[in-house]
Structure formats: C-alpha cells, structure tokens
Design a protein around this ligand. Sequence first.
Ligand SMILES: Nc1ncnc2c1ncn2[C@@H]1O[C@H](COP(=O)(O)OP(=O)(O)O)[C@@H](O)[C@H]1O
Ligand SMILES: [Mg+2]
Length: 253
Amino acid sequence: MRIIAIANQKGGVGKTTTALSLAASLAELNHHVLLIDFDPQANATTGLGFNAAELTSNIYTCLLSGDPIENAIRPSHERNLSLVPSSINLAGAELELADMDRREYVLQSRLASLDGSWDYIIIDSPPSLGLLTLNTLTAAHEVIVPIQSEYYALEGLTNLLRTISLVKQRLNPNLALLGILVTMFDKRTILSAQVKDELVKHFGETVFTAVIPRSIRMSEAPSYGKTILEYDTLSTGAEAYRHLAKEVEHREQ
Ligand SMILES: Nc1ncnc2c1ncn2[C@@H]1O[C@H](COP(=O)(O)OP(=O)(O)O)[C@@H](O)[C@H]1O
Ligand SMILES: [Mg+2]
C-alpha cells in the first residue's frame, strides 16, 4: 500500500485536480484507490459528486470524534475509487489538534487500521503549511508537489521543500518526494515553457515528464461531479493524468 500526499501551501495550483485525476487514473489501471479529502474546502468531495454537508461520517469525525475511518469511506460512481469526504468542520481542527498528544501523528494513527486494504491512498491537502498539512506529510510515504506553470510559481517552493525535509528528519523518516508536477501548462506561452525549463534545471528527474495542460474541460469536470477521466475521457488533460499515473507506478520507492 502506498500513501501519497498532494501538497503545496499555495492555493489554486492544481492540488485537488491532481488528487482527483491521479486517483481516477490509478483506479483505471485496476488499483484499489482511496482518496482522502483533507481540505476543509471539501473540493475533492464535491468534485466526486458528493455533498459534504450531508455526510455525517467524514475525515473530521474520524480525526477528532473517534469515528472509525471505515465508517467514512464512500464508494464513488467510478470503479475502484472510494472517498473519505471532508467537512467544513475541519477548518477548526487545526486548533483542536494543537492540544492533542502527538498532534502531528493523528491522521497517521487513524489510517493505521486500513493497512493493506488499498493499493493507493491519495491525500488532498489544504493550502497552508499548518498542522493539517503536517499531518498529511506524516501520514504519507510519498509526496507530489504540483506547480502551476506561471509567474511566481517557484516562490514558496523552497519553503515547502524545507518543510518536507524537516518532516522527514523529525517526524516521518519514510517520507520521499515522489515528484514535482507541472500543472496548467499553456503551450502557447513562453512563460509556461520557461517555468518548466527552470524546474527541470533545478530538480532534474524529480520533475515528472507528464505535464498537465491548461484546459477548459479540466476546469469544467468538478461541477459535474466527475473526474476528467469520466467527464472527457479522451481529452488531453485525461491523457496527461494517465501518463502521470504510469510514472507514479514506475517510481515506486
Ligand atoms: N489543468 C487545468 N486546466 C484548467 N483549469 C484547471 C486545471 N487544473 C486545475 N484547474 C482549475 O483551477 C482551479 C484551482 O485548481 P485546484 O485543483 O482546485 O487547485 P488547489 O487544490 O491547489 O487549490 C480550479 O478551478 C480547477 O478546476
Ligand atoms: Mg484544493
């Protein structure tokens, strides 16, 4: 079982889209995939067609009310893909966690009972480097960092990589940077190409060869409660995430 966190403290870089689309692409390759929505905004939950407000068992109740994680798992309408939904209450969890023993390990301990039940667990994280994100990095074995290919894209990356390396030293020696993913790539702009070249120059093969194109279809899919694989299965976006899933399979640690 591999646990992969999708993390970047910046909002709007494609974390949720990557979590949903990678999860769906791995599921299409016949892996049993569990997607955990760990962002209070619950975009991954909505993106799979669920209404977060209606789900009484969710990642918040598992984290803080002793609800077993198995209670919160919902099969999605896409084959091999299940979800642990988020809840708006998770926004307050940061403060509640702060008072707990081993507060960086709460998510890890809640996932312990799932050992072996899934091929992949993909965790979507919130846009901050707070305690929630620390919990995802401590629970994960591997982390994917999506980077939006535009100006300022690299700003904040040093901080994030430093956090990942501190988590590895102090909290989770098993954590590995699985790769950096270029998202929202616009092949018509020089800037997109420059950002990608810059990343490859600094990080070499850590940058996935899969590059996610910017496309309207991709931004439409969540409002239909479908991943891009179902919404427009032959689109360039769907193909790019399939390519990513293959690379993830081959990069096994
Ligand atoms: N490749 C893409 N092409 C076009 N729009 C995208 C793409 N990836 C994400 N988006 C859109 O950009 C916005 C931010 O993406 P999202 O995945 O929610 O980022 P994050 O989770 O990092 O905040 C969303 O509206 C999403 O639908
Ligand atoms: Mg998000």
